[in-house]
Structures are given as C-alpha cells and as structure tokens.
Design a protein around this ligand. Structure first.
Ligand code: FAD
Length: 538
C-alpha cells in the first residue's frame, strides 16, 4: 500500500488571522438598506425575507461557485451526427434556476399582488449577490410577458408557462413542460444598438412565418422560445421563435458559445435561423415598438444587478476587514479602511435606493408614472453600471492579495461588473435614450421635476447642485453632453431618494461627496463624513 506523504506544508504553522468562512448568510436580515428601500418601494417584504434567507445559504453560494466554475457546453450533434443544438449545464445551474423561478423571479409581477415589480427588482438584487449569470434567462422570461400582450393567442399559449413557477430545464416541446423560459435575439453582426440594420429575413408560410438569418448574440439559447426581430415585407417585425415544434426541433442552429470575460454560468450563443418557424408578435413593421416593451423590463434588472454585485463585493470586503488584523489593529478599525468602505457604501446604497425607487414606479399604472419609469430606469441603469466596476475593484483590494484569487468571490464579481452597462442599451445609447424620452414624453420630465423638487429646502448643497444643473442645462443638451447630463440628473435623483428613505448619515454624506465636492476622484478620498453611521449599513 502506498503511503500518503506527510503534509509538511501544514505542519509548519497554525493558520492565523484568516477570516472564517461566511457560512449561511441571510441576505434580507443582514441588509437594513434593502429592507428600507424595498419597503419604501412597496415590495412584498415577507416574500423577500423568505427568499433572502433561502438564496444566501452556504449551499446556494456553493451552487453559484460551481455553476461558474463549470462552463456550459454546447452539444450540437448526437453520436449519429443528427443536430441537437443543446446546451448542457452543471446541475448547480439548474438548482439556482429552480430556486429563482420557484420563488417567482419571473412570475411575481404578473400575479396581480401589489408591489410585484418592486419585489422582482429586489429579487434581482438578491440573486445577483449569489450567482449573477442565472439572472439573464430569468430576467428575459419576466420581461417577455408584456411584449406578448401584443398577440393575444401567443399570450394565452405561452404566458401561463412563463409564469408557472415550475422550472424544467429539459429540451422538449412546450406542451410537455410545466414551465418555460424565453430568450431574446436581436443583435446581429452588422449592428446591435442599431437593430434597424437587422438582415434576418421573414417570409410568410401560411399562418406562420419562416426566418432565415443569423443572430450574433443570443443568451440562454436553451430557452423554450425567443422573441426576435426580422425583416418582413412590411418592415422590421417582432417574432416568437419556439425552440421546439410538435415533436421535433425547430431550425434554430447553435453555431458556438461565446467565450466571455465573465457571466460564465450563463450561455451566450451565436445562432442561425435556417428557415425556422416563427409566429408574428404585434403588427408587421412594428418590431421595435413591440420588443421595446421587453427591453424596458430587462432594463429594470440591469439597473438592479449592479447594486447586488456591489453589495456582494462590499459585504465580503467588510467581513474580511472585521476578521483581519494588520499592524496590531483590526482592519475595520483603521480610519483609512473605514473611509474606503464608507465611501464605497454610498455608491452601493445609492444604486440600490434608486433601483428600488424605479421598481416602485414599474408597479404604477398612470400614464405619467409609466413615462417616468422609462426615463428613470435609464438614469438608474446608466449611473449604477458606471459605478459598479470601480467599486468592485476597490472592494477586491480591501481583501489584499486574496481578493485577486478565485477562492473568494471577488474575481467572479469583477468579471461580471461591466456587463450590465453593455447589454440592453450600452452607455451612450442609454444617454441618448434619456434625451429622446424627455423630448417625446413631457410627462416623464414633469414627474422627474416633482421627484427632484420633493426634497428641496432640506440641504443647502442639494439645492445648490439642483440649481447648478438647471443653469447648465436650461434645455436638453447636445448629444456630446448627454453623459454629463445623465450623470448629473441620476446623481441628483439618487440624492433625492436617499434623503427620503435612508438614514441621515447616508443622505448627508451622499449629498456632501457626490453633489457637494467633498470627494476626490478615487474611492476613499472623502472629506469628513459619518463613517460609523454609514458602515452600520454593511
Ligand atoms: C454577454 C452578452 C450577452 C448578450 N446577450 C444578448 C442576447 O441575448 N440577445 C441580444 O439580442 N443581444 C445580446 N447581447 C448583445 C448586446 O445587447 C449588444 O452587444 C449591445 O446592444 C451593443 O451592440 P453592439 O455589440 O452591436 O455594439 P454597437 O451597437 O456597435 O455599439 C458599440 C458602441 O457604440 C456606442 N454607440 C452606438 N450608437 C451610438 C451613437 N449614436 N452615439 C454614440 N455612441 C453610440 C454604443 O454605446 C457602444 O458603446 C449580449 C452581449 C453580451 C456582451
């Protein structure tokens, strides 16, 4: 029998000054900021308390790690060379999907209870902290529902499955599944933002259509159906492409999976429609108008996800700082570490507060409120995603060398951090969209003015920043100034929400540092702020 060699490496020293594993984390109970902002937005806090406890367990965190570690694999053919066009995932991916779908991630807003969209937004935030990749297929499933309203027959056939709370990841026809997921395929090689340049062709085939062409990005290619755009004789039109027809695969060919920077648990494919059968959604020629309903809802999730990534990075950094000593003092008690963490915490809580505020407006039905939801979701998506990578990077540094090592979740979070800025409207596109909404929908601007004015007279620096914005931009700016304009408005709106829903320490510090000049260009370069009050939020 061979002898196991002695572990000399572990005989030389005791392990000291290394933080303990975090174990089960109750992501609701441990997050007073979430409780404040979700409550203010009208979310179902009992539901979130259950989901926050469920999704934060050590078991779920391990599932997140495994789903990232074991990339999905495209299985294009069977042993006989017949096309399969399937993607195989690690079982942990399916566990996470089952947990999210089962808890109503995609269904809750459409079940009729009040605060459904706000609750969904908070679920995006919670899920992103554990495994952000699974959010993509669940988000698209949630967001497809309002677009399908344009076609009552398809709505009736598909929406009960999309909102069923039963997850079935198997590749089989819709009729044989208790629940279904939906993807979205718009982007083509020659143009992603500019979808009007799509070249995929749609030809009538009786009641149905046949699509021929490529899609350069199609995430979650194992979804049961895809909302897609193609050129019909009457112009760019929205279609639903089922992955399966009765008993056989539809001609949706996976070419390959993208080798992505992050978001590894989620599969993103290049696909071809080889005369794939499709059903028209909405009027011929009204493709953008129809699918924009879906994009509007996916944007809510891309505004919430960065808040979740920031929270995850910060809570790991705070845990580390609480359990690690340097120069005989715990890191959390070192003034400069406090300044860094407190400064980062302001951007995290600001992003969370603004995202929940927007989620609350998705639940409101008035014309002005809906217009404002379109405007504010773009403001939130823009600012939160621009702040996220820098925050995650700095949180990584709080762990020292181990922040750069895959044993901690910081590398995963870092790779994920830029993504939500890119899809569903990249930064510039979002800023131009903000100008377009303000130009076309005066009601959106009116609600925004009300929201900004609601806290006037409470903070000298807030009032000064608001009036400086109005002086600089008495009217809508040129395109070249659109980022400045969007950042300025989004920061003011964040401050306005924080003043109403966050503790004094957070609101005061946000106004002083983000609007009042008490901050340099790098994290932690801040003037005197109430660090204890802010850190208590972590
Ligand atoms: C991981 C991942 C998954 C994805 N999944 C999907 C999916 O499932 N379905 C899908 O349809 N797409 C998907 N996409 C594609 C994504 O939505 C597009 O990449 C995105 O919309 C940008 O399009 P593009 O890549 O063609 O870039 P372009 O449209 O070429 O844009 C390039 C840059 O130019 C900027 N720009 C564009 N117009 C202007 C302008 N007028 N003025 C100034 N700047 C401008 C943009 O902001 C961007 O920074 C995915 C992308 C990634 C990274």
């Amino acid at each position: 029998m061979s002898q196991v060699p002695p572990r000399e490496d572990l005989l030389t020293h005791d392990v000291a000054n290394q933080p303990p594993a975090r174990g089960d984390v109750d992501l609701w109970a441990d997050d007073p900021a979430l409780r404040d902002h979700a409550g203010a937005a009208g979310a179902d806090t009992d539901h979130l308390a259950r989901y926050g406890a469920q999704i934060g367990t050590a078991q779920m965190q391990e599932a997140g790690r495994l789903a990232n570690r074991h990339d999905p694999e495209a299985v294009l053919f069977d042993a006989g060379g017949r096309r399969l066009d399937e993607v195989h995932f690690h079982p942990a991916y399916h566990d996470l999907m089952r947990a999210g779908i089962g808890a109503g991630y995609a269904a809750l807003p459409w079940e009729g209870a009040s605060g459904g969209h706000a609750s969904h937004a908070a679920m995006v935030y919670l899920t992103s902290q554990v495994e952000p990749g699974v959010c993509c297929p669940m988000t698209m499933t949630y967001a497809a529902v309002p677009a399908l309203q344009a076609e009552p027959g398809l709505f009736e056939a598909w929406v009960p499955k999309l909102t069923s709370r039963a997850y079935d990841g198997a590749a089989k026809p819709l009729a044989r599944k208790p629940g279904a997921t939906m993807g979205m395929a718009m982007t083509e090689k020659q143009g992603g933002s500019d979808v009007r340049s799509n070249t995929t062709q749609a030809s009538p085939d009786g009641e149905a259509w046949r699509l021929r062409g490529h899609k350069w990005f199609c995430s979650a290619p194992m979804s049961d159906g895809f909302l897609t755009l193609a050129q019909a004789p009457g112009g760019l039109t929205c279609f639903l492409v089922p992955r399966w027809l009765e008993g056989e695969r539809n001609a949706v060919r996976i070419q390959r999976l993208k080798d992505k920077l992050g978001n590894r648990a989620n599969a993103s494919a290049e696909i071809e429609y080889a005369d794939a059968l499709a059903w028209r959604v909405g009027e011929e020629g009204a493709g953008v108008r129809t699918i924009i309903e879906m994009v509007h809802h996916t944007r809510l999730d891309t505004a919430m996800a960065p808040a979740g990534l920031m929270r995850a990075a910060l809570s790991h950094a705070a845990h580390w700082a609480r359990h690690r000593t340097a120069f005989q003092t715990q890191l959390i008690d070192q003034p400069l570490m406090q300044a860094v963490l407190a400064d980062l915490a302001l951007d995290w809580e600001g992003t969370l507060a603004l995202g929940m505020h927007v989620g609350g407006y998705f639940d409101r039905k008035g014309e002005a409120e809906r217009a404002y939801a379109r405007l504010s979701v773009a403001l939130a998506k823009f600012l939160g995603n621009k702040l996220c990578p820098a925050l995650v990077c700095e949180a990584m540094e709080c762990l020292g060398g181990m922040g750069y090592v895959e044993d901690t979740p910081l590398p995963l979070l870092y790779r994920e951090a830029p993504l939500n800025a890119i899809w569903e409207g990249s930064g510039n596109v979002i800023c131009l969209d903000i100008l377009r909404t303000l130009r076309r929908e005066p009601l959106a601007g009116e609600v925004l003015s009300r929201e900004l004015g609601a806290v006037a007279g409470q903070y000298r620096r807030y009032d000064a920043a608001l009036s400086a914005h109005m002086q600089r931009f008495p009217r809508l700016p040129d395109e070249a100034q659109a980022r400045w304009y969007a950042e300025s408005l989004a920061s003011l709106l964040t401050a306005s929400v924080l003043i109403r829903t966050a503790p004094l320490a957070v609101a005061e510090a946000y106004v002083a540092t983000r609007l009042g000049g008490e901050r340099g260009r790098v994290p932690g370069a801040v003037g005197a702020i109430d660090m204890g009050g802010i850190l208590s939020r972590l």
